[in-house]
Write a protein that binds this ligand. Sequence first.
Ligand code: PGA
Ligand code: ZN
Length: 428
Amino acid sequence: MPFEGLRLNLMAVIEKIESREILDSRGDPTLKTTVFLDDGSVGETCVPSGASVGTNEALELRDKDPQRYGGRGVLKAIENVQGPIQKALREVEITDQNKIDEIMRQLDGTENKRKLGANAILSVSLAVAVAAAVSQKTPLFKYLRGLFNLPAKSDFLMPLPMANLIEGGKHAKGGLDFQEFMVVPKDQASFAESFKKIKRVIEALKEVIRERGLEAPFGDEGGLALASSSNEEAIVILKEAVHKAGLEKDLVVGLDLAANTLCDGRVYSFSDIKGTLDSTAFINFLTNLCQKHNLFSLEDPFSEEDWSAWQQLMERLTPATLIIADDLTTTNTRRLCKAINQKVASGVIVKPNQVGTLTETIEFILKAKEAGLKVVVSHRSGETKDTFVSDLAVTAGADFVKIGSPIQEERLEKYKRLLAIEKELTNG
Ligand code: PGA
Ligand code: ZN
């Protein structure tokens, strides 16, 4: 068979898919899935999990068996990977990501992937891309270029990190209602320089917190769960840390309010105010807060259904402050189109597990970029050491990457991967 070797070289196909249960950074079960190809290449990924989850996210399948991990086991999702998904994908050509994702979507047949589980489907979808890159002997971020229809010689741009250094909301028990208090470089000579600046602020932040006699254990994403009930105080403390580190000219502050958690019906409540605020009063509050503290970005400032509040805030604050949609758009192109039409945000969060396949994630990114929105590729609060999002951010030419604080191992790995990619790009 003279052509056999050639066929194997050009077209590796899926031979086997295995999946097993591992624990994420919160100690919750998740999937680690491995795709084996007939040319000997292997690709592996682990999927993350969110805590402040948007209603329109694809469904994360959990066993609901109270005897195991409080019902959070993922054995059913693993059965789906090793059973029907493996069966449907055997012998399929590995670089045909569109086809592979489409087969899984058809097999699932539901709008939110509730039959097989978005965690099951995504674990395969991403492991397929990793295996394909291995098979092609190409780094993942370069391999992904083809899936974005980018030319093989396209330039890469390193994203700016949005580093979550103080945590509240569902990710921390310190008392803050807003979920994330981040520092963001204004621009960067290199990702490595930005990384060093973030580290300097972390050290300064620890000192400021100590000087004020406050407690701050770690939150879910490696940031400090400041024991304060004033969200404004957290902003002041973070700015003080930036000042102490001598980086006022370099770094700005951004927030993720994850406001679904602040909203009850159409009113908002949080510890800085007495009683509740309706949308109009909350718009005024946020406008003042942004102007007073020169805030760079606000993510999820309103609930996922309060579209008119989003619209009004955009009119008030754009372009001075970046308004970023996360739970509002949930990496869902249909919701993104509505967001673009209604002009409710100037940036969007991209989380592959909100939608469940790589193909749909890329479709979302391309649409957002076409509309001129800033793109923020993001981890989830429950993470593993998987670094897929780092490669994805570089290929996508994302403006920002949101991967928590480099104090926690699961987040540090993603920073390290970006540093390695940058090194590879500079060394040619
Ligand atoms: P999550 O938080 O992963 O818990 O959803 C991250 C975010 O809201 O940006
Ligand atoms: Zn968010």
